[in-house]
Design a protein around this ligand. Structure first.
Ligand code: ATP
Length: 307
């Protein structure tokens, strides 16, 4: 069997006395789309920095496709592409110049660089902007160039730190499409995000981190099954409901969006019957009623203790 594409073993990192990453072990299979999900400040970026050799761990080790990152950093780093949380591209250079510079770092020859850049510029939707200075570009366009820089040398493993955060819809879609295409071509993807929906639709497995520790590593659907209590009943009425009307011992949490109430429960059947009964008693008309399976959003609230 081949080595895992990414193997982090018992990684720990402190900043002074603060434990940012606490004994995290992760193995990502070759070709896998792996999600790393956690709230702000959970330790996602620090973990990615440890896995990519930007930060040395206090203890623990990393192997990329079987290559030890500490003892063979150059070989390991040639195997990976990294899209950091904050772009590191040069604002006074054009997309083509940025890509060329990165190609030189990776010791690609002029012809190889040129061919690859010609291929990537249209794929990144940058054809019309190829010769403009990057500094004036939108965040989404800059992010596309960051991706180009990270995949120029055709890495086996791609690390992306919240790549779609704060982007316009078009750039987000393009970046999601590129991640999917790269995975289909065999690239291993390690994606950090705090967007549960993004992780659940894109990833084959999702690790959840909170306060520096791994809380779970699962397929999104397994996580959903694990937390049955996060099923919900969605209901709306033709007029305002009295205060406390929906409170019920079977309901763990109520949220309200527009005219729709979402009642989280382990027992939707009992909740539906009770809501219908109370609505009848109050002479309220129910305008919509639906039962949903657990959302990963709720799973996350459970796993991280609501933090
Ligand atoms: P976000 O989603 O907000 O980017 P994150 O999950 O990526 O969060 P990290 O950036 O890894 O989290 O930060 C984890 C914790 O470590 C935070 O409390 C942060 O303040 C702290 N931290 C990160 N880098 C440093 C540093 N260089 N020095 C001191 N503390 C740090």
């Amino acid at each position: 069997m081949s080595s895992p594409a990414i193997h982090g073993d018992a990684l720990t990192k402190r900043f002074n006395s603060f434990l940012a990453v606490n004994d995290i072990s992760i193995s990502v299979h070759e070709g896998e789309f792996f999600g790393f999900l956690g709230p702000n400040g959970a330790g996602k970026t620090t973990t990615i920095r440890l896995l990519t050799g930007i930060l040395p761990p206090d203890s623990g080790s990393v192997k990329i496709a079987g290559i030890n990152l500490a003892s063979h950093p150059l070989i390991a780093k040639m195997l990976m592409g990294v899209i950091p949380e904050h772009s590191t591209i040069y604002g006074d250079l054009t997309p083509v110049q940025n890509l060329n510079l990165v190609g030189k770092f990776y010791r690609m020859g002029a012809r190889e660089r040129d061919e690859r850049i010609q291929e990537l510029i249209p794929r990144l939707g940058l054809s019309e902007h190829r010769d403009r200075q990057v500094g004036v570009f939108s965040k989404g366009m800059k992010q596309r160039i960051s991706i180009g820089c990270a995949i120029l040398h055709r890495p086996k493993v791609l690390f992306l730190d919240e790549p779609t955060e704060g982007l316009d819809v078009q750039s987000r879609r393009l970046i999601v499409d590129i991640m999917r295409e790269l995975q289909a071509e065999g690239t291993t993807i390690f994606l950090t995000t705090h967007n549960i929906e993004e992780a659940s639709t894109l990833c084959q497995r999702v690790a959840i981190i909170n306060r520096g520790s791994l809380v779970a590593v699962e397929r999104p659907e397994v996580l959903k099954q694990t937390f049955e209590t996060s099923k919900s009943v969605q209901v709306s009425f033709s007029r305002d409901v009295p205060a406390g009307f929906l409170e019920n011992e079977d309901v763990s949490r109520i949220t309200e969006t527009g005219d729709k109430f979402v009642l989280y429960t382990a027992n939707p059947d009992a909740v539906v019957k009770e809501v219908v009964h109370r609505a009848d008693r109050e002479g309220l008309t129910i305008t919509s009623l639906q039962i949903s399976g657990p959302s990963l959003e709720e799973v996350f609230v459970h796993l991280t203790g609501g933090n």
